[in-house]
Design a protein around this ligand. Structure first.
Ligand code: AP5
Length: 217
């Protein structure tokens, strides 16, 4: 099964994608995580993406599309499908994805739109902490690690993303409303969109996904 996860910054896409990856044996491709890894590795792509990511603007479509295309072609046969988290984020990216998938002889099964209120996401983003080593996602109140600042899974150091500040969060939201919200209509028209209420706990949100796909697993 192949999924696209859509939703505002902080809607919980990464959190649900990790649960789905583990429980459904899917490949998780997060464009945000891939870009941050390129930035940490100081690659050419990382250098080109840095100022966009840190200011909360979108990285140009052509860079993102070629990065995803490369990853999609490398998914191993041991996986039961993929989750695209943070891609597509513009209608041009959604059209490019259609083309890529038809070339690969694949298709999307579900586009999950995580609906959430502004107050909830703001609190989630300001409290988010991420493991520098394995990328596990925490929250200072909703999902605190056992030992402050230390990842439960690998012992790595937890950090606050540079784009999780009040000012950058505001920009990310404006960019989302302008450039990503139209992608919701793109998939609604295709009949693929399923809305998930993400104002609830992570497990309650996952239960909604589980119910949706119950006849397929
Ligand atoms: P990206 O990393 O994709 O950021 P985002 O879309 O803003 O999404 P987030 O990672 O902030 O939120 P999320 O929905 O995954 O929430 P999470 O599960 O972590 O992109 C970063 C940047 O990269 C972009 O601004 C852009 O510059 C660039 N970029 C990426 N993709 C691109 C593309 N396709 N095109 C162009 N540029 C691109 O949860 C947030 C917090 O809430 C966590 O602390 C978590 O523990 C907590 N939480 C989650 N769910 C729950 C719940 N149900 N209850 C309580 N707490 C919860």
């Amino acid at each position: 099964m192949n999924f696209v996860l859509l939703g505002a910054p902080g809607a919980g896409k990464g959190t649900q994608a990790e649960l789905m990856r583990e429980r459904l044996n899917l490949e998780h491709l997060s464009t945000g995580d891939l870009l941050r890894a390129e930035m940490n590795a100081q690659s050419e792509l990382g250098a080109k993406a840095k100022s966009y990511v840190e200011s909360g603007s979108l990285v140009p479509d052509e860079l993102i599309i070629s990065m995803i295309k490369e990853k999609l072609t490398k998914i191993g046969p041991d996986k039961k499908g993929f989750i695209l988290d943070g891609f597509p984020r513009t209608v041009a990216q959604a059209q490019a994805l259609d083309k890529m998938l038809s070339e690969l002889g694949a298709k999307l099964d579900y586009v999950l739109y995580f609906e959430v209120s502004w107050d909830v996401v703001k609190e989630r983003l300001l409290g988010r902490r991420v493991c520098k080593n394995c990328g596990a996602i925490y929250h200072i109140k909703n999902k605190p690690p056992e030992n402050e600042g230390v990842c439960d899974l690998c012992g790595g150091e937890l950090y606050q993303r540079k784009d999780d500040t009040e000012e950058v969060i505001k920009n990310r939201f404006e960019v989302y409303e302008e450039q990503t919200a139209p992608v919701i209509d793109f998939y609604k028209t295709k009949g693929l969109l399923k809305t998930i209420n993400s104002n609830t706990s992570a497990e309650d949100t996952y239960s909604q996904i589980e119910a949706l796909i119950s006849d397929r697993v």
